[in-house]
Ligand binder design. Sequence first.
Ligand SMILES: Cc1cc2nc3c(=O)[nH]c(=O)nc-3n(C[C@H](O)[C@H](O)[C@H](O)COP(=O)(O)OP(=O)(O)OC[C@H]3O[C@@H](n4cnc5c(N)ncnc54)[C@H](O)[C@@H]3O)c2cc1C
Ligand code: SF4
Ligand code: SF4
Length: 412
Amino acid sequence: MGRGDEADAPATGPMAPPLREAQPRGLCTDCGVSRMADAAACGRACQFIRPDYATAEARVHGRARETDGDELFFGPFRQMLKARLTTPLAGAQWTGITTRIAQRLLETGAVDAVLTMAPDPADRWKPLPVIVTRPEDMASVRGMRMGHAPLLALLEPARDAGHRRLAIIGIPCQVHALRALEAELGFERLYVIGTPCSDNTTTEKFHQFLALLSDRPETISYLEFRADYRVELRFDDGTHRLVPFLMLPISKLPGDFFPLTCRTCVDYTNALADITVGYMGGEGEQWLLVRNDRGAELLALLGDEVALSAPGSRGSRAGAVKGFLSNTRLAAGGLPLRQMPDWARPIVGWLMPRIGPKGLEFARARVEMKAIETVLHLRSSHPARMKWMVPPHVWKLAERYGLVPEPGERRD
Ligand SMILES: Cc1cc2nc3c(=O)[nH]c(=O)nc-3n(C[C@H](O)[C@H](O)[C@H](O)COP(=O)(O)OP(=O)(O)OC[C@H]3O[C@@H](n4cnc5c(N)ncnc54)[C@H](O)[C@@H]3O)c2cc1C
Ligand code: SF4
Ligand code: SF4
């Protein structure tokens, strides 16, 4: 992988330029803004300070989300689809739609560069922000890493390198800050390919989790929380394992395993991206939310490489979300999670994929759970931030479960 200190050498792959040090911040996922020339831009960009989704959605998509129906959960969209690449790409997290769209942008000359995360050469689970300019190099950034890394700190080096038309692949907290600064950055063209994100943690902590899952954690090459209530693990020797969520060693993880940022994050589905590429509503396939004209343009780049169909929705989420609420109340109050007895776990683990909500109903459940988590954890850890950090649509989702704003918690 090219490094910035080899700037005179011909490009030989994704470039990881040297970046400034991060500035100390409170709630922060090191999206990269504090490493930009104007580190004070965090004040106007950060998801964890005073997000205004309605205004940002109107600016980016031409209108804010509708406050009933599925847009309340998933943000503004024009089209919601189940999707898969007809030839899945090796090394991709799912079938590789995300990186293939970016690759097509480079192939067609629509952009000069793509900003995204490569696996760090020293630790494949650690995200390393890189600038990709050759279509063939998109193959090396496929797949998911666990951790936060300063994607947006690449914007200035990309501009200094003369790139005027960019694509960025980002998670929601990165995309929120990007959209806030987009106008002042002055790029000619900017495409934003977003993925959903939840339950991220530091790469160091993620290694603790891997160590609980296997006696050979260093050989785990892939991990995904699937929509069928199982975690899929793949190993370097080509074997794989499915672990029902209920059998995961979650109770053995330290209380601070998930940072407060990710327990109080208010945008699961990347509402400010041009297109969101996830899997939650895909019933085993990928799940696309095409949000605006530019998102439609991005999907069209795939032509007949992508198979599209209408997403399904089955079951009822209410019971699962209520159970989550009870457990989260305990966790936010510092009490240990209620554990299901060992004998019951395999039975319930077997039942969940059969009776649990599926497709869009699964996605709605996850978004409601995230809203509940935000309200409860923020209330117990940073009550003074509630008023500005919790957007109206998150309150609306939580209110269905009896979680209503207390005096001073809601902006009017
Ligand atoms: C921490 C995390 C949690 C996620 N949770 C969910 C979820 O709950 N529900 C859901 O539907 N989807 C979630 N996703 C997205 C999902 O894992 C897939 O990335 C997405 O479905 C795209 O699959 P793909 O095959 O098209 O991706 P690929 O073509 O393999 O491309 C993946 C892209 O993601 C980038 N990337 C990888 N790791 C990171 C990282 N840590 N930070 C920023 N960018 C990264 C890669 O650089 C690459 O560009 C999550 C992603 C991350 C990083
Ligand atoms: S997440 Fe980004 S915008 Fe927010 S404080 Fe950290 S660096 Fe600044
Ligand atoms: S869960 Fe939210 S805050 Fe945490 S990394 Fe993902 S988008 Fe950022």
